[in-house]
Design a protein around this ligand. Sequence first.
Ligand code: B12
Ligand code: SF4
Length: 530
Amino acid sequence: MEVKTQMMDNRILYVRLPCNPIFPIGVVYLSDHVHKQFPNIEQRIFDLGTVPPLDYTSALDRCIDEFKPTLLVFSWRDIQIYAPVGGRGGNPLQNAFEFYYAKNPLLKLRGGFGGLRIFIAYYVELWRNQGLIKRGLKRAQKYNSNARVVVGGGAVSVFYEQLGKSLPQGAIISVGEGETLLEKLLSGRDFRDERCYVVGETQPRKRLIHEQPTPLEKTACNYDYIETIWPEFNFYLQEEDFYIGVQTKRGCPHNCCYCVYTVVEGKQVRINPADEVVAEMRQLYDRGIRNFWFTDAQFIPARKFIDDAIELLQKIVDSGMTDIHWAAYIRADNLTPELCDLMAKTGMNYFEIGITSGSQELVRKMRMGYNLRTVLQNCRDLKAAGFNDLVSVNYSFNVIDERPETIRQTIAYHRELERIFGADKVEPAIFFIGLQPHTHLEEYAFKEGILKPGYDPMSLMPWTAKKLLWNPEPLGSFFGEVCLQAWQQNPNDFGREVMKILEEKLGCADLEAALSAPIETKEKQLAGVS
Ligand code: B12
Ligand code: SF4
């Protein structure tokens, strides 16, 4: 199908598909970029994250009838729901664990029912979103028979291969950042060299997701313009506890075995100029925003980006925005005392460290590139710099080669973090890895015969979900029981309870044992799978 749309005739409607009300930074950036390239194109943002579920279809219809778009840009943020917290329709991890591991038949039954509820909610959501895309396109074609649809966003980037089967013919499915794809599409150029494919026309190229994104110099988002195309913008300004997204860089150079960010965003780190980031924050600040989430895959991806982080934070200080707070994913191995000072001074009041395990041996086997000793030292520097807020430490047990000994090491490590920050300030977030396509862990699962190529990573069928919710035997049932006990004993402080039970059952190692990893190459080590 030849795409030659007159750029002046384009009317673009950005539809953020239903989602918890997280600021829709993706569509904001896309529409800002398009406006900078094609100032005369009419655009509108429509965020279904702010619409009650019963009104989704009628609100979408109304918006299309009113705006009559020629191009529909659907942004789909998340699909996967395995989290140790109450998600949409219940606590998915708890239900799955009750169903898989409970010995008590009543609990198993409850897990089964809870799981069924989540299973239904998950498929209803998938079908509903696909339905909204089809419906939107059909309706737009009533006004413009050439109307087209492009679909992208976090969820699409992860599941682009699967989604092609259920989206309308001619839909363009996009992986990763969408700015240059839209730019090419709107100027009538061939866009097929971008990370995308057209449903019914081409199959996704092999390793499409591993292709590098087209370089792009990011400038401050123009919120004066955004508020003219987004009638509901105020929704996010009213609630004081919203953390509004600001991106300071793209890309992550690491190889952590379970992580797909590094391919979605690419390994090449591209820094947004500090002045532009501050100018963007200033516009939000002037609209009353005080909480920012730096939406980077990692705020400090490696030591060589420390200077960039320092420059940005120093410019925030110089800007006089002294009463703000910010949060981010932080690789705490990449801090210096100077950076720690600036982090505390600029109001960082929450961060997540994804060390995954407190055992240096396992951290190495998962290819995470962390030195746990350095992380501890940097955390001490951060505390000394005056950081006195919440740290969420993400642990995922049982990823690879977990043993009682490595669990004891994780406990020792966590207790040391508690000594540094205070036990009430360090929140152990216990995740189980949801296996994602295009990761080293997926390759490992193929190699070990746990999954077969061609499996459906979006399936929530109990037999597939049990494998994707990574918790293999021999320790799988043990962790299952520990988690069930924790939910029973202290559901509101699940993470700390899990740590407590593990320590009661297995004890705590010497910190030194956690920090030193004997160098040995084992067959199972992920470093061998490439
Ligand atoms: C930062 C982040 C968070 C922060 C968000 C903070 C905030 N206030 O914004 C926090 C920690 C809160 C978070 C939480 C969750 N997150 Co999160 N998060 C991310 C992360 C790292 C960046 C997202 C981001 O904002 N990027 C910056 C913006 C500019 O990019 P973007 O929105 O993706 O948009 C760009 C492109 O996607 C594209 N694009 C977007 N839409 C469209 C549309 C079209 C047509 C086109 C062409 C392009 C396009 O262009 C945009 C501009 O370049 C991504 C991973 C990643 N590296 O992308 C995961 C990610 C989005 N999260 C994900 C998930 C699942 C969640 C949770 C649901 C986890 C959970 N199970 O609890 C929760 C949601 C919590 C809730 N309350 O509902 C998944 C979603 C995919 C999936 N697996 O289903 C991702 C992709 C991670 C992953 N690989 O699994 N998250
Ligand atoms: S887990 Fe973090 S550091 Fe590792 S590859 Fe992913 S984004 Fe990068």
